[in-house]
Design a protein around this ligand. Structure first.
Ligand code: IMP
Length: 430
């Protein structure tokens, strides 16, 4: 199988980073195809916790080459900080191990300032963006005036940058937000240019050549299905294609690679969401605290990128079935099963109800979820701590029944289950 695609089935934060880390051990290339440093992927290796925003978590293994694809929007400052953090942790990141697409777009402080100012101007209708400049950078891309990595090589790069910053200052003025300083930005970009040039490559050529030579490519979708610009809970979405098919334009791979691709959907054993927008199975009070955790542990439900407390709820099977369809998932990976230990009765949303009618498929996708009430199947929980279990057969019967119900509802098998934050806390269903 030369291509494996890993995507989130929910609103991001499904634990994709550690699952990518699991599969990366046997991969030659680990590639990101969308988004930017709005993503936050955590991987715990022994006593070390790695928090990555841009570089795929496969970099922690010695073998794979990490690729940042053309579908991404990249803040050079965050990228250089991340490279330095990895160096300090003893992980070699050099141009042999990290390749950046010449066609990936650059995020500048102008994009970040606009993101924050536009969010503030939305008031009650705010999306709850991460403030990383993602939306404005993709806006410039779609307007065909964005700066791409290869532009760092061009003689008129700083002229182009100045025009964009001046324009952003005009928009910031209209929004009543503070101006940004062009001189500081130019100075910073002189440094970024020097540092990043050795990493820039035609990553489409490199990835396709690797696949043609029989190498294994692991493609990591950032965010999750429900944050997809077209198929998510619009307008409460990010600005990129987060679903599995985004890998083809986002990495520059031909569609025929889909024929024998594995498409793994990572799904938390309950539902979470950061930012605004509808969430039919959301829970509050004591149960919410139980699922979210207090924030003392790095794996509690607080944003890796923003630190915001995540909203939590029961697993939504209607949205999961939607994610299976939209992504063409071939299998599921269920994360954080250990968090459910000790909850007496679990609920799984199997359908929605509206106006006396029960439905299992949304008529217009997931954008007007606030109109629906969840229909739950109740299942017995389990008391046992499952975090030390490594064999499927050793899981409590109630946990196996819960996983079976998810697989039946989704119509695809569960391949792996994570039972704790550590790299080896994974149970394989084979
Ligand atoms: P943006 O991507 O910063 O524009 O944010 C748009 C929406 O996507 C907001 O609701 C964010 O909270 C959400 N979002 C963006 N990236 C992530 C992520 O990696 N995990 C979870 N939510 C995210």
């Amino acid at each position: 199988m030369p291509l494996q695609i890993i995507v989130g089935t929910q609103w991001g934060d499904e634990g994709k980073g550690r699952i990518v880390d699991w599969f990366a051990a046997n991969s030659d290339i680990v590639a990101r195809y969308n988004g930017g440093d709005n993503a936050g992927h955590s991987v715990t290796v022994g006593s070390k916790l790695f928090k990555l925003h841009l570089i795929p978590s496969g970099i922690i293994h010695p073998k794979p080459v990490a690729v940042l694809g053309n579908g991404m929007v990249i803040n050079p400052r965050s990228l250089l900080d991340e490279i330095e953090m990895l160096h300090k942790a003893g992980i070699q990141v050099n141009p042999d191990r990290l390749r950046i697409s010449h066609a990936a777009h650059l995020i500048t402080p102008a994009h970040q300032a606009l993101d924050k100012a536009q969010e503030a101007a939305r008031g009650k209708g705010s999306i709850g963006t991460t403030g990383r400049g993602i939306g404005p950078a993709y806006t410039d891309k779609a307007s065909r005036r964005g700066l791409r990595m290869a532009d760092l090589l061009s003689a008129d790069f700083f002229e182009h940058l100045s025009v964009l910053v001046d324009d952003a200052n005009q928009q910031l003025g209209l929004l009543g937000a503070p101006q940004i300083n062009l001189i500081n930005i130019i100075e910073a970009y002189q440094h970024f240019r020097k540092m990043l040039l050795p990493y820039i490559a035609d990553t489409s050529l490199e990835v396709c050549s690797a696949m043609a030579a029989g190498q294994r490519v692991l493609a990591e979708g950032a965010q999750g299905t429900l944050l997809d610009i077209d198929h998510g809970t619009y307008p409460f979405v990010t600005s990129s294609t987060t679903i599995a098919s985004g890998v083809f334009p986002g990495l520059g791979i031909g569609i025929s690679a889909a024929n024998d691709a594995e498409v793994s959907g990572v799904c938390k054993s309950f539902q979470t969401r950061v930012g605004s927008g509808p969430f039919p199975t959301e829970v509050f009070d004591e149960l919410a605290l139980r699922l979210r955790g207090t924030g003392e542990n790095p794996w509690d439900e607080y944003g890796t990128t923003t630190g915001r407390a995540r909203r939590v709820g029961w697993l939504d099977g209607v949205l999961l079935r939607y994610a299976v369809r939209i992504n063409g998932l071939t299998e599921l990976v269920i994360t954080k099963l250990d968090i459910l230990s000790g909850i007496e009765t679990l609920k799984l949303c199997i359908a929605y109800r509206k106006g006396g009618k029960t439905i299992s498929d949304l008529p217009f996708g997931p954008s007007n979820l606030e109109d629906y009430e969840p229909v739950y199947q109740e299942l017995p929980g389990w008391l046992e701590d499952v975090s030390a279990i490594r064999q499927w057969a050793d899981l409590p019967q109630a946990a196996k029944d819960y996983l079976d119900s998810i697989a039946r509802l989704a119509g695809v098998p569960v391949r792996l289950v994570s039972v704790g934050p550590e790299r080896n806390q994974i149970v394989s269903n084979s």
